[in-house]
Design a protein around this ligand. Structure first.
Ligand code: SAH
Ligand code: SF4
Ligand code: F3S
Length: 474
């Protein structure tokens, strides 16, 4: 009997990439093999994102393209998983009546069983968590189950790197953001579970773990009288043999405590890469966003970061064109980007999300072309700074975890034993491109940098034995 085939498409953040890895792993255990297109698949899954309208539009149009395929092959099972499943629920069946399965991010453990029921003729299935206002907090929290079954290294882009979830949900309720609604209440996983997972990953050959949470530095796990924080968790993960690098995303500015920064400085395996989104450089807009801090507080936090960890690579997110953002508000954001010396910033045009406070309270009153112009202007400022910071690496030697062929090499489909363009990352999360050999994938190599662009360092592997020289760890 030939194995049943599974096709999956994923949009959204690292949480979704991890969820897809875990869903695929559990379906592989149930006898599925991956297929390269919906045409070749028996089960077609979309793991979706609702953070901006564009992410939803992409999925609805992908679903639209499957209408005829489903008509010709009614036995194919089409499933919508993740944040848009939680947000739109039955609406998905209305917009695409040929969808068989809708499963929210808090119910992913049920996917193999639900597919089995559909195969046996149960008809369409909808499995979502409770709405945040549907009952007592504890009951709502219970309906969002952290999905962390056994890992499968074959399901990751590289077996040397893995995401590890340390918490689910978010309780910050920034007014523009749909995440607290679709990912549910903030819940931290027990440290023992996290450590067991990291140890298992290390045994399987994984060298780098990235700890994930929507506000990862808010991690808190109460054990009797004590509360385990991210700083302590980092210390414990640091002790796991075989793990050489530890990253964590995404940080919330107000929770960037001094003990956490000191742990980052003291623990050599912990990356000096800190993603701490500011969102805006205007107090008026931050207040409307309900971020809970002022620009002065964010600046103070930045100073503390650079004072404690002088080589820190800080990155940020910004939303341009939020409701009521004036030109002066925007110029204040430009100033924060200029001062912040961010390694890079992700810049988004505000997208109103039904179900959020901002959508309910404020008009989306910044015209699209103004949003676009502000986006481009801020990006140009950030790119100039990214280039300046990257150019400082020219002539220096960095340690690079080799991830695989670079994008250019993948396009040219270079194969065989010869030299090819590889890419990897420094400990501070900078992308480095250099010539190497496939055998070097998964190794940490010394690379000397000779050129830089805003997003990439170019280097050569240092091959000779360098005696007593000490590498600058980046
Ligand atoms: N938990 C993280 C990331 C959340 S989503 C954090 O708190 O920073 C990733 C980014 O998407 C956010 O940082 C924000 O910049 C952006 N974003 C969220 N909602 C948005 C919206 N409605 N429109 C545009 N960008 C949005
Ligand atoms: Fe969204 Fe704010 Fe939570 Fe981040 S902290 S996920 S932006 S509500
Ligand atoms: Fe999107 Fe959900 Fe992540 S809305 S950004 S996939 S938490």
């Amino acid at each position: 009997m030939t194995a049943k085939k599974l096709y999956i498409e994923t949009v959204g953040c690292q949480m979704n990439l991890l969820d897809s890895e875990l869903v695929v792993a559990s379906l592989r255990r149930a006898g599925y093999e991956l297929a390269s297109s919906p045409k070749r698949a028996d089960v077609i899954l979309f793991n979706t994102c609702s953070v901006r309208q564009h992410a939803e539009d992409k999925i609805y149009s992908a679903l639209g393209r499957l209408k005829h395929l489903k008509r010709r092959h009614p036995h194919k099972i089409i499933g919508v998983l993740g944040c848009m499943a939680q947000k739109d629920q039955r609406l998905i069946f209305q917009r695409a009546p040929y969808v068989d399965l809708v499963v929210g991010p808090g119910q992913l453990h049920r996917v193999p069983e639900l597919i089995r029921q559909i195969e046996q003729g149960s008809g369409p299935k909808l499995e979502v968590s409770l709405d945040r206002t549907a009952g007592p907090q504890a009951q709502v929290a219970e309906s969002f189950v952290s999905y962390d079954p056994l890992r499968d290294p074959q399901m990751r882009p590289t077996p040397y790197q893995a995401f590890v979830r340390i918490m689910i949900g978010c309780d910050k309720f920034c007014t523009y953001c749909i995440v607290p609604k679709v990912r549910g209440p903030e819940q931290s996983r027990p440290p023992e579970h996290i450590l067991a997972e990291v140890r298992r990953l290390a045994d399987e050959g994984c060298r780098e773990v990235t700890l994930l949470g929507q506000t990862v530095n808010s991690y808190k796990y109460r054990q009797g009288e004590r509360t385990v924080t991210l700083a302590e968790l980092l210390e414990r993960v640091h002790q796991v043999e075989g793990i050489d690098r530890i990253k964590f995303v995404t940080n919330f500015p107000l929770d960037m405590t001094q003990p956490l920064l000191e742990a980052v400085r003291a623990l050599p395996k912990v990356s000096h890469y800190l993603h701490v989104p500011a969102q805006s450089g205007s107090d008026r807009i931050l207040r409307r966003m309900k971020r809970g801090y002022t620009v002065a507080q964010y600046r103070e936090m930045l100073h503390r970061i650079y004072d404690t960890v002088p080589e820190a690579a800080v990155t940020s997110d910004f939303i341009v064109g939020f409701c009521g953002e004036s030109e002066e508000d925007f110029q204040q954001t430009v100033r924060l980007v200029e001062e912040g010396r961010f390694k890079n910033s992700y810049i988004f045009k505000y997208s109103p999300r039904p179900g959020t406070k901002a959508h309910q309270l404020y008009a989306d009153d910044v015209p699209e072309q103004v949003k676009r112009r502000r986006n481009n202007e801020l990006l140009a400022v950030q790119n100039r700074i990214s280039l300046e910071l990257n150019e400082r690496f020219i002539g220096r030697q960095v340690e690079v975890l080799v991830e695989g062929p670079s994008k250019a090499a993948q396009k040219q489909a270079q194969h065989g034993e010869g030299p090819l363009q590889l890419c990897g990352r420094t400990l501070c999360d900078r992308i480095v491109v250099f010539e190497g050999n496939l055998r070097q994938v998964g190794q940490i190599l010394p690379v000397r940098i000779y050129d830089a662009t805003p997003h990439t360092l170019l280097g050569v592997v240092v091959t000779q034995h360098v005696g007593p020289e000490v590498y600058v760890l980046q």
